[in-house]
Write a protein that binds this ligand. Structure first.
Ligand SMILES: Nc1ncnc2c1ncn2[C@@H]1O[C@H](COP(=O)(O)OP(=O)(O)OP(=O)(O)O)[C@@H](O)[C@H]1O
Ligand SMILES: [Mg+2]
Length: 272
């Protein structure tokens, strides 16, 4: 298993309304999107609020089905949501959200939650699970903290616990939806470093969704820019920053300070 996720011609339409005086309305959250996540690659998805990033992320993670289009991991189409095959598949593609305190169960220790995730996927016996749980916690920078409850952890530590619970299943791909957006800037950097370390160690691929281009640039190999459900531009991260092709990308970039003097000069040349 290598971890290539292919989304082909994905459309997602949400229908709502239909009251007495209102006609049915529909929103095309994702509109004919094609993207491929290469094994071990970080693909950043950026775009303004409502552009369809989270919808696309949920479809890539297999927790929501597209209205039309095709999704596969390593050449195998995603199984029907809720089926036994689908439950098995979920191990390979994990998802991490913005708010770790909501993702964790306040009544269980974080160690027990990591153990439960392993048990749900039939991984090892009780002894093996405990050893693995401790190993994972050490790896994410929470050594010996398995006995803690989420309210006894900081926001950054909670997100580390969420990452440990996802990674203990040895996924090939992790979809991170605004995974650092709720954290302080210094903590954001620590979590990004952790995600990069884990990627180098295990060859995990990330679909890294954020409205914050400044964050995305520090983690992404490639970036896809989304606007109103459509991918308007994709490219190597450095290339997008140095030479954005689309007006919408330029407007997003304008809000982010240049990272290097060379980049600043390149931008000034474009404006001139
Ligand atoms: N479950 C849903 N039911 C109806 N409409 C939805 C649903 N989820 C998303 N939408 C609509 O689809 C569009 C895309 O939403 P989505 O959450 O994917 O955007 P986003 O890029 O993640 O935005 P944000 O940056 O604010 O998180 C929006 O118009 C939203 O209102
Ligand atoms: Mg979102």
């Amino acid at each position: 298993m290598s971890g290539r996720v292919v989304l082909q011609d994905i459309v997602k339409v949400y229908r709502s309304g239909g009251g007495l005086f209102r006609g049915k309305t529909s929103v095309r959250a994702v509109d004919h999107v094609d993207i491929m996540l290469e094994p071990g690659e970080t693909l950043g998805i950026v775009g303004e609020s409502g552009s369809g990033k989270s919808t696309l992320g949920r479809i890539a993670a297999g927790i929501e089905s597209p209205t039309s289009g095709h999704v596969s991991l390593d050449g195998r189409s995603y199984a029907r949501i809720g089926s036994a095959a689908w439950r098995r598949e979920r191990r390979g593609v994990q998802m991490i959200f913005q708010n770790p305190s909501k993702a964790l169960d306040p009544r269980m220790t974080i160690g027990a939650q990591i153990g439960e995730a392993m048990q749900a996927h039939g991984l090892s016996d009780m002894q093996g699970r405990k050893a693995r749980m401790e190993e994972m916690l050490a790896l994410v920078g929470l050594p010996g903290m398995g006995g803690r409850y989420s309210h006894q952890l900081s926001g950054g530590q909670q997100q580390r616990a969420v990452i440990a619970r996802a990674l203990v299943l040895e996924p090939r791909v992790v979809v991170c939806d605004e995974a650092v957006s709720a954290l302080d800037v210094s903590v954001q950097a620590q979590i990004i470093n952790l995600l990069n370390d884990l990627k180098a160690r295990f060859g995990i691929g990330y679909l890294f969704i954020s409205h914050d281009l400044g964050v995305v640039r520090h983690i992404s190999d490639r970036i896809a820019v989304m606007q109103k459900g459509v991918i308007v531009e994709t490219g190597r991260a450095a290339e997008i920053f140095a030479n954005p092709k689309h007006d919408y990308t330029r407007s997003l970039l304008a809000a982010v300070p240049a990272a290097t003097p060379a980049e600043r000069r390149a931008r000034e040349r474009r404006i001139a």
